[in-house]
Ligand binder design. Structure first.
Ligand SMILES: Cc1cc2nc3c(=O)[nH]c(=O)nc-3n(C[C@H](O)[C@H](O)[C@H](O)COP(=O)(O)OP(=O)(O)OC[C@H]3O[C@@H](n4cnc5c(N)ncnc54)[C@H](O)[C@@H]3O)c2cc1C
Length: 362
């Protein structure tokens, strides 16, 4: 089987890229190792920037038929002080986020890709890759696939990054504990961010009337001090009356662990191929915009391919200029993201500043 473009990974980055590239007239294969999409370790909150991309491509009606709105965030300083933040209303811009249960959301995007002509291969894990005679070959358990252009959308533990030696070394050792808690039953349309100690935080998203989506983010170092996440969580619940009331009834929940939650590469492009989404770089969930960044990268790729005259259908070989232009766009986007996240990490690592800002903005 031969395709103009093969996309590995049907998360938001891969499905949206496949959807956009297929609309440009290319034959596109989208391959995903899961037989059906499951919930992922994610706050399941889509920021207004991401909603804007989806509405632009698919229209508001279908988006609001499938997902409910989030109006903003409640941010709690370490002192417990609450700051109520509404998404800003700016003329011509979307002023709401969405609750996006990831099994439903990821499948929704796969369906959009399918409808635009993408050939989707579910339950097909890419085991190996090779690059010969200006073509990429993808090896599965039982079949192979050939493509002129490869898009690595396979997340933070990307096989594509490993195969092309794109990973860079870093010392950021964050870890996430994530679970669904029974909700208090009140209908709420705002996410919550609780800033704790030493840069730890808890994000809560009222994903449905039934469940709250909860993530505790900490560092390896802090976890070592407390030995288990249970003792760490217990410590925070004992210090915080609001959180304690919220979670005291929930002894019976299942926590999933995600590590590492930081991923950095030294190059976003390679021979006749590029990385999109988390595979291209993920600096932690603090700003709550991973999915929006994934959609942005797909949008950048489609934009560069549209602009590149040599990439017309059946003339797919001169890919390196696409890679270079895409790398340029993504580099400046990711650099801004990295420094914004680093700045916020610094801030939440210092309770004094957070409490002070809480006083100013409350
Ligand atoms: C604790 C936590 C909370 C978060 N909360 C939020 C949030 O509230 N909002 C937000 O916007 N972002 C959040 N994020 C980030 C968000 O989850 C990611 O940025 C987003 O999922 C990136 O999408 P992606 O398509 O790049 O990767 P993924 O969603 O990871 O998709 C990659 C896909 O590739 C597939 N794959 C991998 N290897 C192979 C292979 N060899 N062959 C075939 N398929 C393969 C995987 O099965 C997967 O489906 C959070 C992250 C963490 C860790």
């Amino acid at each position: 089987m031969k395709f103009d473009i093969a996309v590995i990974g049907a998360g938001p980055a891969g499905s949206f890229a496949a959807f956009l590239l297929s609309k440009l007239g290319y034959s596109v294969a989208l391959v995903e190792s899961m037989p059906e999409m499951k919930r992922k370790i994610c706050g399941e909150y889509l920021s207004p920037g991401g909603v804007e991309y989806l509405i632009r491509e698919l229209g508001e009606e279908i988006i609001l038929k499938n997902f409910s709105k989030l109006d903003g965030m409640l941010i709690f300083a370490p002192s417990g002080l609450e700051v109520d933040c509404q998404f800003p209303t700016i003329s011509g811009r979307i002023n709401f986020g969405l609750k996006v249960p990831r099994d439903v959301f990821d499948q929704f995007l796969i369906n959009q890709a399918k409808n635009s002509g993408v050939e989707v291969f579910m339950g097909e894990e890419v085991k190996d890759l090779s690059f010969e005679n200006k073509n990429h070959r993808l090896f599965f358990n039982k079949r192979e696939l050939e493509t002129s252009f490869l898009v690595g959308a396979d997340g933070r533990k990307s096989l594509v990054c490993k195969k092309f030696n794109l990973n860079s070394k870093h010392k950021k050792k964050f870890i996430a504990f994530h679970g669904l808690f029974k909700s208090s039953g009140k209908k709420r349309n705002k996410g919550e961010m609780h800033i704790l100690e030493k840069g730890d935080y808890i994000g809560i998203n009222p994903i449905s009337d039934e469940f709250d989506n909860v993530s505790l983010i900490t560092s390896n170092h802090r976890l070592k001090q407390f030995k288990t996440y249970e003792t760490l969580l217990e410590y925070y619940l004992n210090k915080n009356k609001y959180l304690k009331e919220k979670f005291s009834k929930e002894s019976n929940f299942e926590m999933f662990i995600s590590y590492p939650i930081y991923h950095e590469v030294h190059s976003i492009s390679f021979n006749q191929g590029v990385l999109v989404g988390d595979a291209a770089g993920f600096y932690g969930p603090l700003t709550g915009e991973g999915i929006t960044a994934a959609l942005t990268s797909a949008q950048f790729l489609a934009q560069v391919i549209t602009q590149n005259q040599s990439l017309k259908k059946n003339d797919l070989i001169n890919m390196n200029s696409v890679g270079m232009n895409y790398e340029y766009l993504m580099r400046s986007f990711l650099t801004k993201k990295k420094w914004t996240t680093t700045f916020f990490h610094y801030l939440i690592g210092h309770s004094f500043y957070c409490n002070l800002l809480g006083q100013i903005f409350k």
